[in-house]
Design a protein around this ligand. Structure first.
Ligand SMILES: C[S@@+](CC[C@H](N)C(=O)[O-])C[C@H]1O[C@@H](n2cnc3c(N)ncnc32)[C@H](O)[C@@H]1O
Length: 295
């Protein structure tokens, strides 16, 4: 991006425009990225950027903003640049140790809330917590409903658990969620089974698959799984069956292009669960959540 001195300082609106032009070939949300990065730098909301769009910027702001735009041009996700990402209307700290929360994962929260309904208590497990976004969002919602909720959040990554723990404190749900490091259920000790609910967003990308540049910045252990992307899903289906109470719910996010291979995997577990597939069932098959009710 072109740098200018304060004598001919561009306005805030000019900077947003220049940033979006610079990112046009790199990002499908170039203008939004530009706004988020400038807002982060100035401590402004998007509304404040609009209100102050004719205010001249300083040469320091221009230089810092150029550096942020260059990082984004190299493919770094906006969330790693700002250290923040919104999920379920809540702000989460993120670092390169955790997956950037995705909006489609909010379907797990919606389904969980429908399942909980008017229940007064809930004991659940979040497998592969990453930033902690899923269980934290769910606990925040359930506490608003005065539900007595307890959760164990598991991750194999110590660094991810540190991020999740700080997010739980940020949203004041650290007394309701205990964190454990381990390989799926091996880490879970605090709350004894049977559980009412198990949610998981495990790695599900086939290591042979070509992936977009953004993903190269995210932790490999959060993304890729053997057996054409389904090894962790299979392990979770298997290990959850003895830990879920009868009538309890298992929700596993499984990502894109997996419906055909899921139809081979799920019959192996049909004696344990009654399955349905949620998400995008169009031909593009962009997103699937396996919903299993324990028989
Ligand atoms: C796709 S990320 C999901 C993060 C977060 N739940 C979300 O939805 O944004 C998967 C997470 O599972 C963790 N993970 C991978 N293999 C694991 C294993 N065998 N046991 C426990 N956690 C694992 C990764 O470290 C990563 O944080």
């Amino acid at each position: 991006m072109e740098k200018r001195s304060s004598s001919s300082a561009p306005t805030i609106g000019d900077l947003v425009h220049r940033g979006s032009l610079a990112l046009a070939g790199v990002s499908s949300s170039a203008r939004l990225d530009s706004e988020v990065l400038l807002g982060h730098l100035l401590g402004y909301s998007r509304t404040q950027l609009i209100v102050n769009s004719t205010t001249p910027s300083t040469s320091e702001v221009v230089a810092h903003f150029s550096a942020l735009i260059e990082r984004r041009q190299r493919g770094e996700p906006v969330a790693y640049i700002t250290g923040e990402r919104e999920f379920w209307g809540l702000s989460f700290a993120v670092s390169p140790a955790v997956l950037v929360p995705r909006p489609e994962s909010e379907l797990l929260i919606e389904e969980s809330l429908t399942f909980v309904g008017e229940k007064q208590t809930l004991r659940f497990v979040d497998l592969g917590v990453g930033s902690g976004c899923l269980s934290i969002a769910l606990v925040v919602e359930l506490m608003r409903r005065r539900c007595d909720v307890r959760c164990v959040g598991v991750d194999i990554s110590y660094e991810a658990l540190q991020v999740a723990q700080s997010n739980a404190k940020r949203h004041d749900v650290h007394k309701q969620i205990t964190y454990a490091q381990g390989n799926w259920f091996q880490g879970v000790q605090e709350i004894k089974p049977p559980y009412d609910l198990i949610i998981a967003n495990p790695p599900y990308i086939d290591p042979e698959e070509q992936v977009p540049l953004d993903l190269s910045f995210e932790p490999r252990g959060a993304l890729f799984a053997e057996e054409r992307g389904l090894r962790d899903v299979r392990e979770i289906l298997d290990q959850s069956s003895s830990r879920l109470r009868s009538g309890g719910l298992l929700l596993v996010e499984v990502g894109a292009g997996k419906r055909v291979s899921l139809k081979e995997l799920l019959p192996n577990f049909e004696s344990h669960y009654e399955f349905s597939l949620l998400g995008d069932d169009s031909e593009e098959d962009r997103f699937t959540v396996v919903r299993g009710v324990r028989r």
